[in-house]
Design a protein around this ligand. Structure first.
Ligand code: NAP
Length: 307
């Protein structure tokens, strides 16, 4: 087996522990060689609390994966790119579109890879759904993405701070699938956003796109969680369930596997492929829809929200 390439993982929080660390432990391409986190560590891995110190101390590390929330991420990405490292960004890739354009230009100038990951696009049924839709006429599509913020973001006040994106933090996963599988792009026409009285970002959103495409995002769903995309076509109904992992055609399960545990290994494999080819992959289409919703959305006040 060829020697694994060394990487540093930055931001040892919920998603790092749930997904990145297990994916890296099993990766044939990458070896977790350092972490950067103000508080978190990974057993047996050299830990730094500051990115500049890590970059100076470990010139043998050629790739940095950023699992921080979007707002602090830009400065870390810039430092890593300036040091000549390849960089992989959690979703959403940043707090604004312009900062990702700046990172893309910097990566180009440095001759390194920048990868804006969208983990939901790696869900088992997304590629089969895209292939099935490719030659169909779509008459209507509806996304239902309803989950419990207390379960998935326990105590994470940053999701309700400016740049935290509120319910679009999960909703952008649905939009990453939509923008991947639709044969032709759509754009936002109107939106309603529910903001808790004591918060800066929406807790629910209803979106209307061209082409009879609609979305319902809500972060107040307890009990079973819903991550569905239903699409009516001239050849019948297709549904993606379980966040893109299960494909249904006319009510019958057709393909997929009900687990999200393969998404992050697939992201790291894709990163290895991009680095080997000397390419970047920067797709901001899901984030454009969120920015448009924030620009065009009608604001509705909802009850105060506390964790
Ligand atoms: P998190 O646990 O709140 O934060 C991750 C880590 O980032 C924290 O442990 C913290 O490490 C560091 N951090 C937080 N604020 C920081 C700041 N201002 N400056 C520097 N470091 C800071 O968040 P998360 O749930 O892992 O989410 C991180 C990213 O992963 C988000 O973009 C999210 O959309 C994405 N994601 C999350 C989930 C999920 O289920 N939660 C799923 C998929 C993707 P230290 O304090 O130790 O430095």
């Amino acid at each position: 087996m060829p020697e694994r390439q060394k990487i540093a993982l930055v931001g040892i929080g919920k998603i790092a522990v749930d997904q990145h660390v297990p994916a890296l432990a099993a990766s044939p391409e990458w070896e977790l060689a350092a972490t950067v986190s103000r508080a978190g560590t990974v057993d047996g891995v050299e830990a730094f609390t500051d990115i500049d110190t890590m970059l100076a101390a470990r010139p043998d590390i050629g790739m940095v994966s950023l699992a921080l929330p979007p707002v602090p991420r830009f400065a870390y990405a810039q430092a890593a790119l300036r040091a000549g490292c390849h960089v992989m960004l959690e979703k959403p890739p940043g707090a604004t579109l312009a900062e990702i354009h700046a990172l893309e230009a910097l990566a180009d100038a440095q001759g390194v890879t920048l990868y804006t990951t969208w983990h939901s696009r790696m869900a088992h049924a997304v590629a089969p759904a895209k292939a099935w839709l490719a030659d169909k006429a779509i008459t209507r599509a509806h996304i239902t993405w309803r989950e419990d913020v207390r379960k998935w973001h326990p105590g994470q006040d940053w999701v309700f701070e400016p740049g935290g994106m509120g319910v679009f933090d999960p909703g952008i996963n649905a939009l990453s699938i939509l923008t991947e599988i639709l044969p032709a792009p759509v754009h936002l026409q109107s939106a309603e956003l529910e903001f808790p009285a004591n918060r800066q970002t929406p807790i629910a959103a209803r979106l209307q796109f061209t082409g009879h495409v609609t979305a319902d995002f809500d972060w107040r769903q307890t009990g079973p969680q819903t991550w569905d995309i239903e699409i009516d076509t001239s050849a019948g109904r297709m549904a993606l369930r379980m966040g893109g992992n299960v494909l249904e055609l006319d009510g019958q399960s057709a393909q997929g596997e009900n687990t999200i545990m393969d998404e992050y290994p697939a992201l790291y494999a894709r990163m290895a492929e991009l680095v080997a080819k000397g390419q970047s992959e920067v797709d901001l289409a899901p984030m454009v829809h969120v920015a448009d919703a924030m620009t065009l959305g009608r604001r509705i006040e909802a009850g105060a929200f506390n964790f």
